[in-house]
Design a protein around this ligand. Structure first.
Ligand code: PEP
Length: 254
């Protein structure tokens, strides 16, 4: 039985005051979910607010994740943040390969693979994001793209290491656009991903790994999305910046 998982990606939003305020509102509103332990809840603030958000959430069971990570442990890598630095300030998760990093910043599968690998080795739990562009969906390339992201992103990792990973299927055309994949479209790809992981590793891993959907998830579509057999939770962008909306989504997952 896979535990539902709701993660909020705050992207490049909030400031030193509103990040803590948002975290505190989520923590107090999610007390029931936290107490029952029935949902994994994680927020991913910008790097500079990670420490204050971690502190604000310290009495709750809400986890904190980074939106990115670098693969080297330390040294002359100006501007980068290592897994051990993130661990040091209480981070447990990190996003790897978010579509904005792939398509705006230009990250490659090879770089993302190094980040996933270094995260696991460094004791972080990576959330590997995969998903196709609109043009790729229209050209019936969704499964090809998702296969490439998964195979390259997880290259060289054993089944044991991959069991630390959560996958997020995020069709790029649905991120921040208000367009959501229909529950059926999302379920189809989630089921494809689960079967592929079964082939790449084993049935147990495929059965146990959590696969989140991301792309304009909102309180009004969360229940139907999470009601699909292979959708284990949601990676939420815009709606995670509104405490009431994020809490309503967490409530749906309970
Ligand atoms: C995201 O940032 O991962 C995301 C899914 O954003 P949104 O919910 O705003 O589409």
């Amino acid at each position: 039985m896979r535990k539902p998982f709701v993660a909020g990606n705050w992207k490049m939003n909030t400031d030193s005051y509103t990040s803590v305020e948002l975290a505190e509102r989520i923590a107090s509103g999610a007390m029931e979910a936290a107490a029952s332990g029935s949902v994994t809840v994680v927020v991913c603030p910008p790097f500079v607010y990670l420490q204050s958000v971690t502190k604000a959430l310290s009495a709750s069971s809400i986890g904190v994740g980074a939106q990115d990570v670098y693969y080297e442990p330390k040294g002359a890598f100006t501007g980068e943040i290592s897994p051990s630095m993130l661990k040091d300030i209480g981070c447990t998760y990190c996003l790897c390969g978010h579509s904005e990093r792939r398509h705006v910043i230009g990250e490659t599968d090879e770089l993302i693979n190094k980040k996933v690998t270094a995260s696991i080795v460094g004791g972080l739990l990576p959330i590997l994001c995969v998903g196709e562009l609109l043009s790729e969906r229209e050209a019936s390339q969704t499964n090809v793209v998702v296969t490439r992201h998964l195979k390259n992103g997880l290259a060289g990792l054993s089944a044991e290491k991959v069991s630390a990973v959560t996958i997020a299927y995020e069709p790029v055309w649905a991120i921040g656009t208000g367009l959501t994949a229909t529950p059926q479209q999302a379920q189809e790809v989630h089921n494809f991903i689960r079967k592929l992981l079964g082939q790449m590793y084993n049935d147990q891993l495929a059965e146990e790994i959590r696969i989140l959907y991301g792309g304009s998830a909102k309180p009004n579509n969360a229940a139907e999305l999470m009601g699909q057999p292979d959708i284990d939770g949601l990676l939420v962008g815009g709606a995670s910046l509104k405490a009431d909306d994020f809490l309503a989504i967490i409530q749906t997952a309970m």
